[in-house]
Design a binder for this molecule. Structure first.
Ligand code: GLU
Length: 442
């Protein structure tokens, strides 16, 4: 059986880190098993879904490095859902209900007063044809509920282990709203059957849906896929990410200059037993991440960890990977990259650091160091320069002045670069060359 997975975002906003988790976990699973990956836009909620959000999600996914094998939009597949609806009605599993929201609220309040669970009482199942005709003559439009079997539905979850969802303690779910539009539950099952989805990998907030949906799979005669429900990512305060609350979106991280791989690693390895550290790319993660490594507790995102990881990815980035991005900034040179990369927090910082080589820089010389710097200028070795030049120069200065450590090196750094931190001076010196150094030493 070849693996087919899907990631099914609702295009009601831009995706955030929490959404990136299933997007990527599905991708890893597909890669690991040589399977296919479907991007499914769950856009049946016409009031809240937009094409712009859907396009944005495609863009974010591509930025993360995921290339879906195909894309489907639920809004274009209504005929399939209508056919499934008709079959469920014919089988007596889907029934029309006429209660208004207020009536349902009253029923729930009454149940609570009696100490009963607020489950829908299935009053609509008892309606006769005449009752229905009368209600519709009053102008009521039905919404449609799926008649649950009300039994312990069992499934073997690839992450959480054996699961049981007792549909007997649930209300019959509404599958179709009074305006005829579908809620997510039925279209999702219809699509999973139609597209031959073998594995449904999604957040653990869907576990009870899975109970309902397994009943729908069976009612439609479809093959029930294997499920894997992962822990949810929370922000640093332990709150879930939310599109509506404007939690940091993938687009925000991108605009802030983070590496897509850093975001992908944080989104997927937080809350697993694998370390948060640089990997060679998504395939390298896919090769090692197994569902057994995903913890059952919450996965708390730590922004400081992201910053550290982003920096480490840059500090180890090979020139071949950096070169095209450098050239977009008008920069080139492997030696320059290898020297400067260890200072980067974001890739774009390289433009500022490159000025250490190209100048102009403003040398800084404290009055008490003026004489020392003048001597340094005089003792600058003749070319050709190599890796030993820095040692020769500073040893000569040490002998001449008795200075050592910070008092020897910091004034040289300040004079050559205008700042007190930065790249290794030994290599910087060689890259600058004698003439540029002489120009900088006042
Ligand atoms: N659109 C649903 C969501 O974003 C999809 C859940 C699923 O994967 O079935 O939660």
């Amino acid at each position: 059986m070849s693996v087919i997975v899907r990631w099914a975002p609702s295009p009601t906003g831009r995706i955030h880190l929490g959404n990136a988790r299933p997007a990527l976990l599905n991708w890893f699973f597909a890669r690991r098993h040589g399977g296919k990956y479907v991007l499914r836009m769950d856009d049946t909620d016409l009031a809240r879904s937009t094409r712009d959000f859907a396009d944005g999600i495609e863009e974010d996914l591509a930025w993360l490095g995921v290339t879906p094998d195909f894309l489907v939009r639920q809004s274009e597949r209504t005929a399939l859902y209508d056919a499934a609806r008709d079959r469920l009605i014919a089988a007596g599993r889907l029934y029309p209900c006429y209660e208004t929201e207020e009536e349902l609220d009253r029923k729930r309040a009454r149940a609570r007063l009696l100490g009963k669970p607020p489950i829908y009482d299935r009053a609509a199942l008892a309606l006769t044809d005449e009752d229905r005709a009368r209600l519709e003559a009053e102008g009521r439009k039905p919404h449609w509920r799926f008649r649950l079997d009300g039994r312990p539905v069992q499934f073997a979850d690839l992450i959480k282990g054996a699961q049981t969802v007792n549909t007997g303690s649930m209300s019959d779910p509404v599958l179709i709203r009074a305006d005829g539009s579908y809620l997510y539950t039925l279209p999702s099952v219809v699509d999973d059957i139609d597209l031959g989805i073998t594995h449904v990998i999604r957040g653990e907030d869907h576990v009870s849906n899975t109970g309902t949906q397994i009943e729908i799979f069976e009612a439609l005669g479809g093959t029930v896929p294997t499920f894997a429900h992962h822990n949810l990512l929370t922000d640093a305060q332990g709150q879930g990410f939310s599109k509506r609350l404007g939690s940091q979106s993938i687009a925000d991280f991108r605009a802030e200059g983070y590496e897509p791989l850093a975001i992908a690693i944080m989104a997927t390895l937080t809350g697993t037993s694998l370390p948060i550290e640089p990997y060679d790319g998504l395939d390298a993660i896919a090769a090692v991440l197994d569902f057994s490594m995903i913890s059952h507790g919450a996965a708390r995102f730590d922004p400081a960890e992201l910053d550290g990881l982003n920096a480490r990815l840059l500090h180890t980035m090979p020139y071949a990977a950096a070169a095209p991005r450098l050239s977009a900034l008008g920069l080139e040179g492997e030696a320059m990259w290898l020297l400067l990369r260890e200072n980067l927090a974001r890739f774009a910082d390289i433009a500022e650091w490159a000025k250490l080589l190209t100048g102009p820089i403003e040398p800084v010389v404290a009055p008490e160091d003026a004489e020392f710097i003048a001597l340094a200028k005089a003792l600058l070795p003749p070319e050709p320069w190599d890796d030993t030049t820095w040692g020769q120069w500073t040893n000569a200065l040490k002998t001449a002045t008795g200075r050592k450590g910070k008092t020897l090196f910091l004034p040289l750094r300040m004079a050559l670069t205008g700042r007190h931190d930065g790249p290794e001076l030994k290599s910087l010196l060689v890259l600058l060359g004698r003439k540029a150094c002489l120009d900088r030493l006042p």
